[in-house]
Design a protein around this ligand. Structure first.
Ligand SMILES: NC(=O)c1ccc[n+]([C@@H]2O[C@H](COP(=O)([O-])OP(=O)(O)OC[C@H]3O[C@@H](n4cnc5c(N)ncnc54)[C@H](OP(=O)(O)O)[C@@H]3O)[C@@H](O)[C@H]2O)c1
Length: 297
């Protein structure tokens, strides 16, 4: 009988990790998750900060996926928090590359990364070979991807620059739904700024695709880019809630969120040509299709 393929997901307890675990299990993979708080079955204790790990399953691992990192959107970006956002990603990636020596059957690594890593130029559509920007998130992604490059010579690996993940189980979608739910649906800022997004099912399919095709290098995990106004209005429509409030001015957002306001105000368009040319096809390539699936009647 063929041995089950074993996947280890660092940060697997989060939004993407939970859905990915389900998808892997449906396909017959055995899944373990590295967590700093391993209480559930299948969760394995680790602490990338102190470089501690329960080693009992490491020798079985075939595929290693790193989704670990402190949440980007939920707290103010003080200098201390910024350090934590970077360290939690870089240290976990570096530690995983060290642990790879204890995984004799490891054959592929998937490193999460973020699409907010390009220069701020609303006139351009960015692709993977374009330079990193100079803002905080770009620097974070640059450091994070450099840490992933430690897998050079260990096994083939891919870095997926993930866009805003659309899911009905949390993440950015929850933040967008909140004001709409209170009947306060409106664009944020000018509303003309573009947001790259991906449906969570397509992201999980893309991770499987990368593993099956043994893709190497950096890929934008982006289904489409839509304006803030289009997204907010689309969500309001599917929630059957009003959308007539005046736009929330950028300065108000900057006042309350500080630098973190860039998560909603930055205007970014990104190409997905590279992953499409590699043979991947999106199930949800248009916002309407994604929202229809996320708000079933
Ligand atoms: N969701 C999105 O829209 C999106 C977009 C672009 C990029 N990404 C990136 O994709 C990755 C996964 O996203 P997600 O939405 O699933 O994130 P999430 O729900 O916040 O989960 C991330 C996981 O990382 C672990 N973690 C949190 N703080 C940590 C720390 N200080 N040190 C080490 N591990 C820590 C947590 O696991 P334990 O508490 O169990 O240890 C948590 O479950 C993240 O790195 C995120 O930045 C996500």
């Amino acid at each position: 009988m063929e041995e089950l393929k074993t996947v280890l997901i660092a940060g697997g307890s989060g939004l993407i990790g939970k859905q990915l675990t389900k998808v892997f299990k449906e396909r017959g993979y055995r899944v373990y998750k590295l967590s700093r708080n391993a209480r559930k079955q299948g969760h394995v204790q680790w602490n990338p900060k102190t470089k501690q790990v329960d080693e009992k399953y490491l020798s079985r691992v075939n595929i290693l996926i790193n989704l670990a990192g402190a949440n980007i959107g939920n707290r103010n970006w003080t200098e201390k928090r910024k350090k934590e956002l970077i360290d939690s990603r870089v240290e976990s990636t570096e530690f995983l590359s060290e642990l790879a020596s204890k995984m004799p059957h490891l054959y592929y690594y998937v490193g999460a990364s973020g699409v907010n890593c390009y220069e701020m130029d609303a006139e351009r559509v960015f692709s993977e070979e374009d330079a990193y920007g100079a803002d905080f998130l770009s620097v974070l992604v640059k450091d994070w991807e450099k840490a992933s490059d430690r897998f050079d010579g260990i096994c083939p690996y891919v870095k997926l620059r993930i866009a805003m993940v659309l899911s009905n189980r949390g993440g950015s979608m929850n933040a967008m739904k909140r004001p709409i739910n209170f009947g306060l649906g409106s664009p944020i800022g000018t509303g003309t700024q573009y947001h790259p997004w991906i449906h969570i099912d397509d992201l999980c399919r893309m991770i499987l695709f990368a593993i099956e095709q043994k893709l190497e290098g950096t890929y934008n995990a982006v289904a489409h880019c839509d304006t803030n106004q289009t997204m907010m209005k689309g969500i309001a429509k599917y929630m059957k809630r009003p959308f007539f409030f005046p736009a929330v001015p950028s300065f108000v957002l900057k006042f309350f969120l500080g630098e973190r306001a860039m998560l909603v105000l930055s205007d970014l368009r990104v190409s997905n040509d590279k992953i499409v040319n590699a043979g991947f096809s999106f199930k949800y390539d248009q916002l309407n299709k994604a929202l229809k699936a996320l708000f079933p009647k």
